[in-house]
Design a protein around this ligand. Structure first.
Ligand code: ATP
Ligand code: PRP
Length: 225
């Protein structure tokens, strides 16, 4: 059933985000806007969470699904890592407005190899590297810009395993403390880019619900500066 413009204007704003670090690091930003979230998605199995602001509700989705919910307008706005946004925009160019770097969930995207693997020599010799990653688009752009020939192998997680069992020479993965690399005898050999999470906004919502959205965008911008 289609909604009248009046009904659409009444609906609460919907903010899409993933549980875990993004949810945890978003709570202080919401608090700065005077908004609390009474339920914790780690304990509750609910996927739609009310907030203390009747005009705002949260939906809990996989990190890599956040841009999809926002792009199609099922959520008015969302919070997603730059890593996720790069991969999403490769398949769905345009369509998402990214007004604010929230400076949360900070890490970096890097190339890593097994300790003892001579990455520089391999690159210098023009060898064709096998690179396993969840971040195919970012990896493709990085190696193309360097003129390094790579065969990319798409994985969905636990990339650190790939060089240890001969699936790949290198991985492209997120690094924060470096503990995961160290625990698996891997070393970072090249930084690709710093990563943080961004607020993303549905283009149509910005036009039709701008007056409702703006105070929240302003509060997020102030809290993350
Ligand atoms: P999915 O559930 O779709 O597979 P995911 O497991 O990568 O995604 P999270 O681990 O919650 O989801 O990560 C969410 C975002 O947090 C990532 O997209 C990235 O931007 C950032 N991130 C990932 N790992 C770290 C880390 N170790 N430290 C800081 N930020 C990180
Ligand atoms: C992320 C990432 C690395 C790890 C890096 O995984 O994929 O494996 O963090 O962080 P570190 O340098 O501090 O060890 P995460 O902890 O999110 O687990 P996941 O792969 O299950 O998402």
């Amino acid at each position: 059933m289609t909604q009248t413009p009046e009904q659409a204007a009444q609906k609460p704003l919907t903010l899409a985000l993933s549980k875990g670090r993004i949810f945890e690091e978003t709570l202080p930003l919401l608090a700065a806007a005077g908004i609390e979230v009474p339920e914790n998605p780690e304990q509750s199995r609910k996927l739609i969470l009310p907030t203390t602001d009747p005009g705002l509700r949260l939906i809990i989705v996989r990190a890599s699904d956040v841009p999809t919910y926002v792009q199609y307008g099922a959520a008015d706005l969302g919070i997603a890592g730059k890593d996720v946004l790069i991969e999403h925009s490769a398949e769905h160019p345009g369509g998402l407005y990214q007004p604010i770097d929230l400076n949360i969930a900070k890490c970096r995207l890097a190339v890593a190899v097994r300790e003892g693997f001579d990455y520089r020599a391999a690159v210098h010799q023009g060898a064709r590297l096998r690179v396993a990653t969840k971040y195919v688009q970012a990896a493709r752009e990085h190696f193309a810009a360097k003129g390094v020939h790579v065969d990319l192998i798409k994985l969905y997680g636990s990339m650190e395993l790939a060089p240890l069992v001969g699936l790949a020479d290198a991985i492209v993965d997120l690094v924060s403390t470096g503990n995961t690399l160290r625990a698996n005898n891997l070393v970072a050999v090249e930084d690709i880019m710093p990563i943080s999470s961004r607020l993303i906004v549905n283009q149509a919502a910005l036009k039709t619900r701008g007056a409702r959205l703006q105070p929240l965008l302003d509060a997020f911008a102030r809290a993350s500066a």
